[in-house]
Design a protein around this ligand. Structure first.
Ligand SMILES: [Zn+2]
Ligand SMILES: [Zn+2]
Length: 173
């Protein structure tokens, strides 16, 4: 857990929070992506006079994804600049609108603010929906299924290969 002590923030001004959240941490357990490195966090956290908590900095992680064209494994580096804001619940006003803007509610009973859930949300948003192993990945042949980055084939992906007709004829006779 990466936490800041709120009373300490009030006294001492901005606090630098640097650390790692391990890939095995239960916080990631219901995330679809597989982390291949610890999540590295470097944030400067400060309290505003109105009781808000502001965290600015950088979060890095590596996740294992699959090339959408050739299905090869791809390691994706996430490197996000973050600005996180927590507001005291009594200052939120207007229902839940504030939360929709990425503004988070400070837990009023806790003196410790856990940065993990907010970091998790930001990483989930930052993970690409799909990746390719490289810009010009040729993908898999839709006819025979070989990896066209590694091999070539004579299939025509648009027109059915006439040789299959010949083969079909053979098997039918
Ligand atoms: Zn690929
Ligand atoms: Zn082919």
């Amino acid at each position: 857990m990466l936490t800041v002590t709120l009373t300490e923030l009030d006294r001492s001004g901005p606090v630098r929070v640097r650390g790692e959240i391990p890939a095995e941490d239960p916080i990631w357990s219901d995330w679809d992506e597989e982390l291949t490195s610890p999540v590295s966090v470097d944030l400067s956290v400060s309290a505003t006079p109105t009781g808000q908590v502001l965290a600015r900095g950088n979060v890095q992680a590596t996740i294992a994804q699959t090339c959408r064209r050739c299905l090869d494994p791809v390691e994706v580096r996430l490197d996000e600049e973050l600005t996180l804001l927590w507001v005291p619940p009594d200052r939120r006003g207007g229902g839940d609108a504030a939360e929709d803007d990425g503004v988070r509610k400070l837990d009023p009973v806790g003196n410790e603010l856990d940065l993990g859930p907010a970091i998790r949300e930001e990483l989930v948003l930052a993970a690409p929906a799909y990746v390719t192993c490289r810009e010009d990945c040729r993908g898999l042949c839709p006819v025979c299924g070989i990896n066209l980055n590694e091999e070539t084939c004579d299939c025509d992906p648009v027109e059915p290969d006439p040789r299959w007709d010949a083969l079909r004829d053979l098997t039918e006779n």
